[in-house]
Design a protein around this ligand. Structure first.
Ligand SMILES: Nc1ncnc2c1ncn2[C@@H]1O[C@H](COP(=O)(O)OP(=O)(O)O)[C@@H](O)[C@H]1O
Ligand SMILES: [Mg+2]
Length: 346
């Protein structure tokens, strides 16, 4: 079984099965073969940071790291940094003190997924990478988001653009100062007016300014947003994206993967890979205990894993197997699994 090179690779699955570890090892394996690789994680758990030894300052910035003599570009998604980058490219003033932007760009502020797509699209367009490997947060949330993209698109296409095209023209001609609450109240729909006057009552003038500025940035960056949303088509396409649905031999995890696939059936294209992590088969084959109790344990573990694989092969077109690494050190897991990818290499 050989995995073909594509422009994007996505690792998804439930919690704790090894997505981050496998995505990192995959990226390292590709880099070791000469591919220009960017590894992106949008997992707010920030495990990649620990794995790669990156500290706070690197968050949201592409950073070249070296693991086991392999160099690799990595990016820990920081929604705040992405918004700032978009604002910068639109020559919008410094956003550091904008409270609305701060709220929106919190890890769970609701913009995480879309800003990740915007960021991945911007990185892809830079032309610097042959492949972008994406490590996603646990669960189906990211997949749900991808499926829901059309709703966001129509939001941008219709209501949003309508409401803000007026603001856009005013800003372009009159600059930020014209952008006062009074003007906005006069021109926008009743709902928006109500919202602003409510905000004015319960907050302060700076907050309203922040709100308007945030809206303005999103409006001015709508091209970047729409392009990010269009990335969905690429990710859906067989020729451009490899999907890895990760699971492990631990109890119950495989069933979660089967459910997740059913859930995202119309999004993940047919020739995706089920990655079964932490397999014991090879270790078990080499283990010949003479003690009858140990032998019973061995047989039980072997039997359980065989059953699991049979079940998975009935549910997934291609199953990739990765061994349990007998170590407590996460970096050792990454290093060993990097070599394991050679079993599926060119
Ligand atoms: N093949 C493996 N063998 C042993 N430990 C592993 C293996 N893959 C991952 N791990 C360990 O399992 C834990 C969870 O892995 P992680 O990649 O963070 O999962 P996820 O990103 O899916 O939540 C980590 O401690 C990691 O080092
Ligand atoms: Mg993770």
């Amino acid at each position: 079984m050989t995995i073909q090179n594509k422009s994007f690779e996505i690792f998804c699955g439930t919690g704790g099965v090894g997505k981050t570890t496998l995505a990192t090892s995959r990226a390292l394996n590709l880099a070791s073969k000469g591919s220009r690789v960017l590894l992106v994680t949008i997992d707010p758990a920030k495990r990649l940071k620990d794995l790669l030894g990156l500290t706070g300052d690197f968050e949201g910035e592409v950073t070249t790291v070296e693991i086991n003599k392999i160099k690799l570009d990595a990016l820990l998604m920081s929604p705040e940094k992405t918004i700032q980058r978009m604002a910068l490219s639109n020559k919008t003033p410094d956003l550091a003190s904008n409270r609305i932007v701060k709220i929106l760009s919190k890890p769970y502020g609701g913009m995480n997924e879309i800003l990740s797509l915007v960021e991945v699209q911007m990185q892809f367009e830079s032309g610097k990478y042959d492949v972008i490997v994406l490590d996603t947060p646990p669960g189906a949330h990211f997949l749900d988001f991808l499926e829901g993209i059309n709703k966001i698109k129509s939001f941008f296409d219709q209501s949003f653009v309508e409401i803000f095209s007026f603001i856009g023209t005013k800003t372009a001609t009159a600059g930020k100062k014209m952008f006062g609450v009074g003007l906005i109240n006069k021109v926008i729909s009743g709902g928006m007016k109500k919202l602003l006057s409510y905000l004015q009552r319960v907050t302060d003038a700076k907050f309203i300014d922040d709100f308007i500025q945030a809206v303005q940035i999103i409006y001015q960056s709508r091209d970047a947003f729409l392009k990010g949303l269009n990335l969905q088509d690429r990710l859906k396409s067989r020729s451009e994206c490899n999907w890895f649905l990760v699971t492990s031999v631990e109890q119950g995890k495989a069933q979660e993967a089967i459910e997740m696939k059913a859930h995202a059936a119309h999004f993940i294209h047919h020739d995706h890979f089920l990655v079964l992590n932490k397999c014991l088969e090879k270790e078990m084959n080499e283990w010949n205990p003479s003690d009858s109790k140990l032998l019973a344990i061995k047989n039980s573990l072997e039997g359980r894993e065989k059953e699991l694989k049979k079940n998975l092969k009935a549910n997934f077109p291609i199953v990739l197997e990765f061994p349990e690494i007998m170590s407590r050190d996460p970096l050792e897991h990454v290093n060993d699994l990097t070599k394991s990818w050679n079993n599926y290499g060119t």
